[in-house]
Ligand binder design. Structure first.
Ligand code: NAD
Length: 503
């Protein structure tokens, strides 16, 4: 099985255009499916990172002057190649992130979608024209590229989040240096090689995108380099807290996409069949390893006894195992550290008054002694204690009840993170109150949909300890550009603003 898997991964890498000389080294990729090592890649040193930034900085000086719709051609070609190699890249994503094939292909589809979006955006980098207060003057804003964008990404979406940043950054006229998760270096090589082919097919400068494969030290080198105009970092809140002050110290820009602690409120009027499906996918899908995973369920007292046992029953039907079997819905945790963190959280929850209603145990340990498959857990909590306040990156759903709607909103917002949120209700007034300024304080607020599975058309990101950044669709492109305000005087006079007289 393992030898076949390695062969399959190698074939997928080759199909994506990865060359032999890009493999071999001391940074080894391990698959969470079995815990076995797959292939190794050379580890980038700090000097390699500096060289990549230098090359991307120099390519920027050419790329910024290429018309934006022409820059869009590279991203268009990348989207075509991603479409052609969707399965190949999904095989790499599945091997390293442990997702089902449907979710791994969904991740690549997200890349294709953002390419489409970015190509359109390349013709819509609009600036405003405002009425000037002075006669014979024109006042307007123009948008310009900023330079090298350093992209640091997490293991759980090894390629999609990178593509959100890269597709938009490139059409905006920036160049990109990418430091992917050290756990997903093969997926990174595959995605990067397809972009390299698109760049070459379009005769664009080769160094508009560079890849550095290493652990966090390479991330730190990007963070500290003054030639990196924007650091776009996705990962834990711990990582964001380390990065933000270092970038701010050198007056660089940062865009942070950090941890979530997402909740759903279920009100008495909710369609419980629909809520059930939304909750189970959001809480147990991807084995709880999405930033938008549902971690807290706030259920009205009157329906808790009917809804919660149904969720537990549905959990009992979930197929857990190696997701290369297409009937499997829940794959492994990424590694033993993640498993231990889950066990610790469950112990802490019990110590803080919680009751484990189902799940939490390791399964398939005999078959996969080096991989960590777990039953998704549901834990009834008396309150949002310390353990509920933290993001444990594993499938634990904490269930709490509420009595009135205001209390539900208060509980909803009473955590440090602010990424995604949902309400299940048929009451329009409750839905509107949830979406109002005094409702959910998150970057994403949904009605009758779970917390996970966002579309690329909307801006993606969250508030508070989630970092405040926005990526992907809507006007998120503005974070990758600088704005200039221009005043043009065609009057032949020199009237000063605010009626000031001088000379
Ligand atoms: P992580 O924080 O351990 O690592 C993320 C990336 O940051 C890796 O590439 C890592 O090498 C790098 N890194 C870590 N510390 C660094 C430092 N001090 N300086 C520079 N780089 C550093 O996260 P992970 O375990 O890979 O991913 C899971 C986390 O990511 C979860 O908290 C999840 O919620 C979060 N996440 C957030 C989003 C979002 O959009 N909000 C999306 C995906 C994942």
């Amino acid at each position: 099985m393992t030898a076949n898997h390695k062969d399959q991964v190698l074939a997928a890498l080759r199909a994506c255009g990865v060359r032999e000389e890009e493999l071999g080294g001391d940074l080894t990729s391990r698959t969470p499916l079995t815990g076995d090592s797959l292939l190794s890649v050379p580890r980038a040193s700090r000097e390699d990172v500096a060289e990549a930034i230098e090359a991307a900085d120099s390519a920027f000086k050419q790329w910024r002057d290429v018309p934006a719709p022409v820059r869009g051609n590279v991203v268009k070609r990348w989207g075509e190649l991603l479409t052609e190699h969707k399965r190949d890249l999904a095989i790499l994503v599945q091997a390293e992130a442990g997702k089902s094939m449907s979710e791994a292909e969904g991740e690549v589809q997200e890349m294709i979608d953002i390419c489409d979006f970015a190509v359109g955006q390349s013709r819509m980098l609009y600036g405003k024209t405002m009425p000037s207060e002075r006669p014979g003057h024109r006042l307007m804003e123009t948008w310009h590229p900023i330079g090298v964008v350093g992209v640091i990404s997490a293991f759980n979406f090894p390629v999609a989040v990178y593509s959100w940043n890269t597709a938009i950054a490139l059409v905006c006229g920036n160049t990109v240096v990418w430091k992917p998760s050290e756990m997903c270096v093969l997926s990174a090589l595959g995605a990067h090689s397809l972009l390299a082919r698109a760049v070459s097919d379009c005769d664009a400068p080769a160094d508009i995108h560079r890849l550095v494969l290493a652990d966090r030290t390479a991330g730190e080198a990007i963070v500290d380099d003054p030639r990196v105009a924007l650091v776009s970092a996705t990962g834990s809140t711990r990582m964001g807290k380390e990065i933000a002050p270092r970038v701010a110290q050198r007056f660089g820009r940062y865009l942070l996409e950090l941890g979530g602690n997402n909740a759903a409120i279920v009100t008495p009027s909710a369609d419980l069949d629909l809520a059930l499906r939304g909750i189970v996918f959001a809480a147990a899908g991807t084995a709880g390893q999405r930033c938008t995973t549902l971690r807290r369920l706030l259920v009205h007292n009157s329906i808790a006894d009917s809804l919660v046992p149904r969720i537990a029953d549905a959990y009992g039907t979930l197929t857990i195992g190696d997701p290369r079997d297409e009937s499997v819905l829940v794959g492994p945790l990424v590694n033993e550290t993640s498993f231990n963190a889950m066990q610790q959280a469950l112990q802490d929850a019990e110590a803080q008054g919680g009751e484990i209603l189902c799940g939490g145990k390791r399964v398939l340990a005999d078959e996969f002694p080096n991989a960590f498959y777990v039953q998704p857990a549901i834990v009834k909590m008396p309150a949002q204690t310390e353990v509920v306040q933290a993001e444990t990156f594993a499938p634990i759903l904490y269930v709490m009840t509420y009595e009135n709607f205001d209390e539900a909103i208060e509980m909803h917002n009473a955590v440090p993170q602010g990424l995604s949120s949902a309400i299940f209700t048929q009451d329009q007034s409750e839905a509107e109150r949830f979406l109002a300024s005094s409702g959910s304080d998150c970057g994403i607020a949904n009605v009758n949909i779970g917390t996970s599975g966002a579309e690329i058309g909307g801006a993606f990101g969250g508030e508070k300890e989630t970092g405040g950044g926005r990526e992907s669709g809507s006007d998120a492109w503005k974070a990758y550009m600088r704005r200039a305000t221009n005043t043009i005087n065609y009057s032949g006079e020199l009237p000063l603003a605010q009626g000031v007289k001088f000379l």
